[in-house]
Design a binder for this molecule. Structure first.
Ligand code: PHE
Length: 340
């Protein structure tokens, strides 16, 4: 009897099998329990030997059951530790996180700096009428500036005047004047298009327009705003600007603006040195342009500027080739992109 139950305890493969064995031996109707009940029918002599023997067997079985239960629990734990083992020294899986494109990053930076100076953000359509892109900006049909702009024209199914892909963000000046009137302080970032392609030109690129209209705006305001902007954007104490006389049909007078810079070991340093870098076109808004925008030029005047976003992104982040901006090469995006 004893050997048989010990063998069953040793064979129990898990805790529930062990419980079945326990009930079979020591449960109410268990074999050992029944034997103990038979003690009553025995003679006193028989009982004197069988009683202690059965009690001893019961104790032995109980301790064997406890020992087996403990070793089964140990084995179960060991198995879990083995199965759920994790090598924390393994290299992480490559992350599929995206990155912010330098153009988006720089657009945000520009908008934040101008917001601090009270400029809101305005937008206009990329498919524009020739009137907004040219005529309302004082560029009449015969004007050479139309030809110089390498315009993409879009034939219309109804045979009407062709639309254009806007060649600059300046039409947003007119749209915002018409929509909001004076006074006005806005920037207008966005995509523009010209049929031109080489290392420094792509047929689609980004500009940001600036426009401030008020009672007595002057070129001095323009210069201050631009110098504040460049110092903040290039994260330097100050940036000197140089205004060169120029011509745009929609500003009078007009100026191209350079910033002071130098090249040290192939790295651009903005704000110091004896070099100059052209960064934008600007001027005082032409009275005829104010009129096209529905604003009275005898009461109001303003300044405007237009700057290449891709260009200042290249300068700030040391990106050599403009064409790579729009190749959608993931390695390039990972290298020059910004954490989201
Ligand atoms: N629209 C001009 C360009 O694309 C830039 C400009 C904007 C110049 C506003 C003067 C005023 O080249």
């Amino acid at each position: 009897l004893r050997a048989q139950w010990f063998a069953r305890i040793a064979e129990a493969a898990d805790e529930s099998a062990l419980e079945t064995v326990r009930v079979g031996a020591l449960g109410k109707k268990g074999e050992v329990s029944l034997k103990m009940r038979e003690l009553g029918k025995m003679t006193p002599e028989q009982r004197q030997t069988a009683g202690p023997a059965l009690n001893a067997l019961k104790d032995e079985l109980n301790s064997a059951l406890a020992a087996r239960r403990a070793s089964l629990a140990d084995a179960a734990l060991a198995e879990r530790l083995r199965a759920e083992w994790l090598d924390v020294t393994l290299a992480p899986r490559p992350s599929r996180r995206g990155a912010i494109h330098p153009v988006s990053q720089v657009t945000e930076e520009v908008a934040a700096i101008f917001a601090d100076m009270g400029f809101g953000v305005a937008e206009g359509p990329q498919i524009e009428t020739a009137w907004y892109n040219f005529d309302a900006l004082n560029i009449p049909g015969h004007h050479p500036a139309r030809a110089e702009m390498d315009t993409f024209y879009m034939a219309r199914a109804d045979g009407g005047d062709p639309h254009v892909l806007r060649t600059h963000t300046s039409p947003v000046q007119i749209r915002t004047m018409q929509a909001e009137g004076a006074p006005l302080r806005i920037i207008a970032p966005g995509r523009v298009y010209r049929s031109d392609f080489d290392q420094t030109h792509t047929p689609m690129f980004h500009q940001v327009e600036g426009l401030a209209i008020d009672r007595d705006i002057s070129m001095a305001n323009l210069k201050w705003v631009l110098e504040e902007f460049f110092a903040a954007f290039f994260e330097v104490d100050g940036v000197e600007t140089r205004f060169r006389a120029s011509h745009f049909p929609f500003t009078e007078p007009s100026a191209e603006v350079d910033i002071r810079c130098s090249w040290v070991d192939g790295q651009l340093k903005v704000g110091e040195g004896d070099g100059w870098l052209e960064v934008l076109g600007s001027g005082m808004v032409h009275p005829k342009v104010l009129e096209y925008g529905g604003i009275d030029p005898s009461q109001w005047q303003g300044f405007a500027f237009g700057m290449g976003i891709d260009r200042i992104a290249m300068l700030k982040y040391g990106i050599p080739d403009l064409r790579a901006f729009f190749d959608s090469d993931l390695r390039w995006l990972r290298h020059y992109g910004f954490a989201a």
